[in-house]
Write a protein that binds this ligand. Structure first.
Ligand code: ZN
Ligand code: ZN
Length: 129
């Protein structure tokens, strides 16, 4: 497949993590960036085409976000089923089983980020979306 070259600027800390990782894995930086972009697009492109989707939302929230998190979860009760809540260091860690249309799942994702959580949605394998 034809490849396109373009310049990208990254914050210094990300760039040096990339250097270290490419050394450890023995992959050149382009290859590594390609894999990262692919994984990112896999997560998000899933939400581009509207469909009924099932998956797991993985959350890491800063301490103090607990109340905001509870409010968001209440607001999305229609698509949130089981919640697994735990703690790692100072952070709340949560895995949430989600089932609903992708538009609503995207909004849940945004609201969680706004509430102080890093969120990652993982569609169930075989979801077909
Ligand atoms: Zn899906
Ligand atoms: Zn907590």
């Amino acid at each position: 497949m034809a490849r396109r070259r373009f310049g990208v600027s990254l914050p210094e800390d990300l760039a040096s993590m990339l250097d270290t990782l490419s050394e450890r894995l023995g992959l050149d930086r382009s290859r590594l960036v390609e894999q990262a972009v692919r994984a990112f697009l896999d997560d998000y492109s899933h939400l581009l085409v509207p469909h009924q989707c099932s998956g797991v939302m993985i959350l890491s929230c800063r301490s103090g976000a607990e109340e905001a998190l509870a409010r968001v979860m209440e607001e999305y009760r229609d698509i949130v089923s089981t919640r697994f809540h735990s703690h790692a260091g100072e952070r709340c860690v949560e895995a949430v089983v989600v089932e609903g249309d992708t538009g609503r799942i995207s909004r849940l994702h945004q609201d969680l980020e706004r509430a102080g959580c890093r969120a990652r949605y993982i569609p169930l394998p075989g979801d077909g979306g």
